[in-house]
Design a protein around this ligand. Structure first.
Ligand code: FAD
Ligand code: MG
Length: 302
């Protein structure tokens, strides 16, 4: 089969587009295949991205896509990749609508998916009044009363962080019991502890936490460390090694964003333990540089 592209980028959100942009500027042929289901699609506004602070996440992506598509060597397919394999030095990907495409390098930027505890009303409020990242959404809660809903012992870290954004209550929800030292740490940060189980999350402008004993706690916002996993199994299918964070798995890379499989790069949330739009753009650019350089330097004599 003929190799059609220098690089195929799977996932055309912040990370994938940042990678494709560098390759386009190197006049390399790059195909972006994107299903368009970004992790932050639940939030109306994106924060903390320099020069883009407070914009709707879709606007940032649309503006980036319009700029990227001006480069003549960029091709975009709206769709989903079902499988990817490396045969010799060639990568072949097949889309769900049965297009077969190939390239010399692959950049995976498919992101991660968030999994919340099965508590009634929680998922509906994700990205509205329920969040995982205080840097993204804490400021707008205007120093109101905040909650941390524990998912595991990893939530201790979140509970110690959140008081910078407002008075904080940790709902342990039978997920972990702080030991003596952890109780001292929580006290040092003035975190209140609620051990009653959470039965439901309600409220529209604010969050109403309904406890099993019938008591209601009103909050400006609730933070939950969602459990995460790669949004697509492609990296594992290709044999890329994974690494574990306190909340899930991500694809292990070197500092140039190359995975354990030569010629496969991973960037954005897929390739780091803690993600943001800014980090995704930085990692994507790094993957783009590195994929471009590998096309040149891996082929030189000697
Ligand atoms: P994503 O943006 O998740 O994009 C992955 C892309 O790959 C998607 O378009 C997806 O459809 C595509 N894809 C996946 N599988 C396939 C496949 N098989 N074939 C083709 N395409 C595929 N960060 C901030 O910096 N500021 C914020 O305010 C902020 N708010 C957030 C709010 C919420 C509720 C959440 C959950 C996250 C928020 N984040 C925020 C984090 C931010 O969403 C991520 O860090 C960022 O989206 C990561 O970018 P990415 O390009 O790696 O992945
Ligand atoms: Mg992206």
């Amino acid at each position: 089969m003929q190799t059609t592209y220098d690089v195929i980028v799977i996932g055309g959100s912040y990370a994938g587009m940042a990678g494709a942009l560098q390759l386009a500027r190197g006049r390399r042929s790059v195909l972006v295949i994107d299903a368009g289901i970004r992790r932050n699609r639940f939030a109306s506004h994106s924060h903390g991205v320099l020069g883009q602070d407070g914009k709707p996440p879709a606007h940032i992506a649309e503006e980036a896509k319009a700029q990227l598509l001006k480069y003549p060597t960029v091709t975009w397919i709206q769709g989903s990749v079902e499988s990817a394999e490396k045969i010799g030095d060639v990568f072949t990907v097949i889309t769900t609508d049965n297009k077969t495409l190939s390239a010399k390098r692959l950049i995976l930027a498919t992101g991660i998916s968030d999994h919340l505890p099965a508590i009634s009303g929680l998922q509906d409020r994700w990205g509205k009044t329920v969040f995982h990242c205080p840097y993204c959404h804490g400021y707008e809660l205007n120093q109101g009363n905040l909650g941390v809903l524990a998912t595991s012992e990893a939530s201790l870290h979140q509970a110690l962080l959140i008081p910078d954004w407002g008075p904080t209550t940790l709902f342990t929800n039978n997920c972990f019991t702080p030991d003596e030292l952890q109780l001292k740490q929580l006290a040092a940060r003035n975190v209140k502890i609620e051990t009653e189980k959470v039965s439901e999350i309600a409220g529209e402008q604010s969050v109403i936490v309904k406890l099993a004993n019938g008591r209601l706690v009103e909050l400006a916002g609730l933070f939950v460390a969602s459990l995460t996993k790669p949004a697509s199994p492609l990296a594992q299918d290709l044999g890329c090694e994974l690494a574990e964070s306190p909340v899930g798995f991500y694809v292990k890379t070197d500092e140039l964003k190359q995975t354990s499989i030569p010629g496969v790069f991973a960037c954005g949330d897929l390739g780091r333990p803690m993600g943001s739009v800014t980090f995704a753009i930085g990692d994507g650019a790094q993957a783009g540089f590195a994929a471009h350089r590998s096309l040149i330097f891996d082929g030189l004599p000697g």
